[in-house]
Design a binder for this molecule. Structure first.
Ligand code: SAM
Length: 306
């Protein structure tokens, strides 16, 4: 269906857990502590029910996100249930890739079409610092498993953080070419702890990055040139073509990533659920408020679903 600004909304981002095995410095508010994995986890049946209501309003594509969706052993069941909803044409996943290896084939068999893997550095030490304890090797194993399982169109998402990883652009370009994946550089949004990162108040204990990325740019090596994309929600907002709606793991529809407005879907079924989602679509604002320096969202990204 169209929202009140005439935008066709056909894309749902569904968070299936707030739990994550990593705690990225810009994503996860540590004051939350480690959210227990058993909290805020919609059952596979509830995920399918929400998607069914969304599909009846014209949603055709679903991206499963979190938290970290692969912390859920029943993720293949969730994917299968969503893929079977009439009208749904594509089910995709956003993951940090560290836990996907053992379930990659099962996810593909369940109907998962494509995977975006979040990876902000190719340096193991930096990876540990940015993710507060993660292992780069686990992501590499995940990427390998995705290839073996036959996934195509895998994308790497790298959030660029000035002074932290912005000296790795060329390394990423080479890596994406070697891995034969599309590379997307994403502008850091001032939301949750990322807002503090802008002002240098989030401690980062990894190697110091060079502040001038150009220092590292020698003659570009051109092999298989990978597909490179830059997503810049602040510098080049794409609100005018926003086609998405989000549902959080604890069951709230978010009309906009950066607004505080949330519509409670808990306890709703059938027509009521559909009506609540319709209200959420109609509540989509014309654009976000990031230009004013901060997000209006009351949650950090790990509790919304990026
Ligand atoms: N755990 C999964 C993952 O790592 O992809 C899914 C959830 S995570 C919240 C989804 C995406 O949001 C990640 O690519 C992450 O880098 C991105 N993200 C989180 N905080 C962000 C911010 N402040 N600005 C831009 N992207 C952000």
């Amino acid at each position: 269906m169209r929202d009140s600004f005439g935008r066709e909304v056909d894309y749902l981002r569904l968070s299936v857990t707030e739990g994550c095995n990593l705690s990225c410095i810009y994503c996860r508010d540590l004051q939350l502590g480690t959210v227990p994995f058993y909290r805020s986890m919609p059952s596979p049946g509830r995920c399918a029910e929400i998607v069914e209501a969304a599909a009846s309003l014209g949603v055709r594509k679903v991206r499963i996100t979190g938290g970290e969706p692969c912390t859920r052993a029943d993720l293949p069941e969730i994917v299968g249930g969503i893929a079977a909803v009439p009208g749904i044409e594509e089910v995709c996943l956003t993951t940090n890739g560290t836990l996907i290896a053992p379930m990659a084939s099962e996810l593909r068999a369940a109907g998962l079409a494509r995977v975006n893997v979040s990876l902000d550095t190719l340096d193991p030490e930096r990876y540990r610092s940015i993710t507060r304890g993660g292992s780069l090797d686990d992501v590499l194993a995940g990427l390998e498993a995705l290839k073996e399982a036959g996934f195509e169109g895998t994308k790497l998402n790298c959030v660029l953080m000035p002074g932290i990883n912005d000296d790795e652009l060329e390394d990423f370009e080479r890596f994406a070419s070697d891995q034969d994946v599309e590379m997307r550089f994403i502008e850091l949004m001032p939301i949750g702890p990322a807002a503090d990162l802008y002002f240098g108040t989030v401690p980062f204990s990894g190697k110091t990055a060079r502040t001038e990325p150009s220092q590292k740019r020698g003659k570009p090596r051109r092999r298989n040139r990978p597909q490179l994309q830059v997503i810049a929600p602040l510098s080049e907002p794409f609100c005018a073509t926003c086609n998405r709606i989000r549902v959080t793991a604890d069951g709230f529809a978010k009309p906009c990533l950066h607004s505080a407005e949330e519509i409670d879907l808990n306890g709703m079924h059938g027509k009521d659920l559909e009506d609540a989602l319709r209200r959420a679509i109609l509540a989509k604002p014309a654009g976000h408020t990031l230009a004013s320096g901060s997000s209006g969202s009351l949650r950090d990204m790990s509790r919304i679903g990026g």
